[in-house]
Design a protein around this ligand. Structure first.
Ligand code: UD1
Ligand code: UDP
Length: 366
């Protein structure tokens, strides 16, 4: 019987780890599973735990408003020590590139506990973008013992860094597992009723390196384009970071074809994506989900660690300056053939069986 602990703390980690928690728990003859949430996010994390019916065994409850990277790193590292010492897992699974994941992996490294990295091998190779996530994911991969790479590209990134090939498995992304269960053809929502008859633009934004001036540029561009296209309406489920809210309200208030709403539960968000004409975002996970739904995404960042979606044609990097975002967003609304080119559904991030594959691998390997 293998003792597995999963540690995660933010919304996207939870969306991608809960399917794995439930897969591992469905095999009580193979695994003894414990879940530790750091609470790096609170409301946005709890929304996901509720949807997947995951009840954490441990909750570090660290979130505070305006938290710094020092706060998150120090609190996770110091509070996790005792929990790991008491729980004595055979392996700890962390996800992706958050500061929760980095600090949890470091705690395991200090305690000589094997680490499994879910969503290993993503790279921009620019430590400033996304910041601090590129550092976090490289640092976790430096000390991980199992690499669950979502794609062949991420496997190649790990191999080029000299990682042991026998410890790398290409499994697809567990985020796609969740997407398989959430899309409903009969989905209804009053926000979508409001947008009915218009082209729906879905917006999200939160990256730390975009806080401040870049975010103002992004919102200015979006408003300018939408003012010129009266057949569009936008819904923007806003991140809870107060700095994001400040910039969004400063630039977007008073424009009644754009609604800022509270963060959506994941089932709702996926169905909003499915109902949308196009998506503007700086999110990572949305870049993985949109290709499966055939929804064009303008990625408001300078780099992406998800080149598969660019190759598939669904994603386009538009940076964070006002003029390029204005130009690309305008073009995609006006140019039907460009829109059709970006709207082809494809599945570069797996077939929705990643959690099952990871569980099989964990059962077979010591
Ligand atoms: C974190 C991750 C980022 C991930 C993102 C997903 C790091 C450094 N960043 O960034 O990789 O893409 O989550 O959203 O790990 N807040 C709330 N309630 C919540 C969540 C956040 O009030 O449920 C507010 C708090 O004021 C908090 C702030 O948002 O201080 C920022 O949260 P934090 O986790 O530090 O950074 P994110 O930008 O969300
Ligand atoms: N998401 C959600 N509700 C929202 C916005 C996004 O459930 O209101 C989901 C989205 O489907 C994706 C994940 O949250 O699975 C992306 O999270 P986020 O953008 O916060 O983080 P990132 O992926 O950039 O790390």
């Amino acid at each position: 019987m293998k003792k597995i602990m999963l540690v995660f703390g933010t919304r996207p980690e939870a969306i991608k780890m809960c399917p794995l928690v439930n897969e591992l728990k469905s095999r009580p003859d193979q695994f003894l599973v414990s879940v530790c949430v750091t609470g790096q996010h609170r409301e946005m994390l709890d929304q996901v735990l509720n949807v997947f019916n995951v009840l954490p065994d441990y909750d570090l409850n660290i979130m505070k408003s305006g938290q710094t990277l020092f706060d998150v790193t120090c609190n996770v590292l110091s509070r996790l020590k005792q929990i790991i010492e008491e729980d004595e897992p055979d392996v700890v699974l962390v996800h992706g590139d958050t500061t929760t994941s980095f600090a949890a992996a470091l705690a395991c490294f200090y305690l000589h506990i094997p680490i499994g990295h879910v969503e290993a091998g993503l790279r921009t190779n620019d430590l400033q973008s996304p910041w601090p996530e590129e550092f976090n994911r490289q640092a976790v991969d430096l000390i991980a013992d199992y690499y669950f790479a979502p794609t062949e590209t991420s496997r190649q990134n790990l191999l080029s860094e000299g990682k042991d090939p026998s410890k790398i498995w290409v499994t697809g992304n567990t985020g796609i597992d969740a997407l398989q269960t959430t899309i409903r053809n009969d989905y209804v929502n009053e926000e979508l009723d409001w947008a009915c008859g218009s082209r729906l633009i879905l917006i999200t934004a939160h990256r730390r390196e975009n806080l401040g001036e870049p975010m103002h540029h992004m919102f200015k561009a979006i408003r300018r384009v939408m003012e010129e296209h009266p057949d569009t309406k936008a819904i923007y489920p806003i991140h809870m970071n107060p700095k994001v809210r400040e910039a969004a309200h400063a630039e977007l208030d008073g424009f009644d074809r754009l609604r800022i709403i509270e963060p959506l539960e994941v089932l709702d968000f996926h169905n909003f994506m499915n109902a949308s004409h196009l998506i503007l975002t700086d999110s990572g996970g949305i870049q993985e989900e949109a290709p499966g739904l055939g929804k064009p995404v303008l990625v408001m960042r300078d780099t992406t660690e998800r080149p598969e979606g660019i190759v598939a044609g669904t994603l386009k990097l538009v940076g964070t300056e006002e003029e390029p975002i204005y130009a690309e967003f305008s073009r995609l609304l006006a140019d039907e053939s460009e829109y059709q080119k970006m709207s082809k559904a494809s599945n570069p991030y797996g077939d929705g069986t990643a959690s099952k594959q990871i569980a099989d691998i964990l059962a077979q390997h010591n």
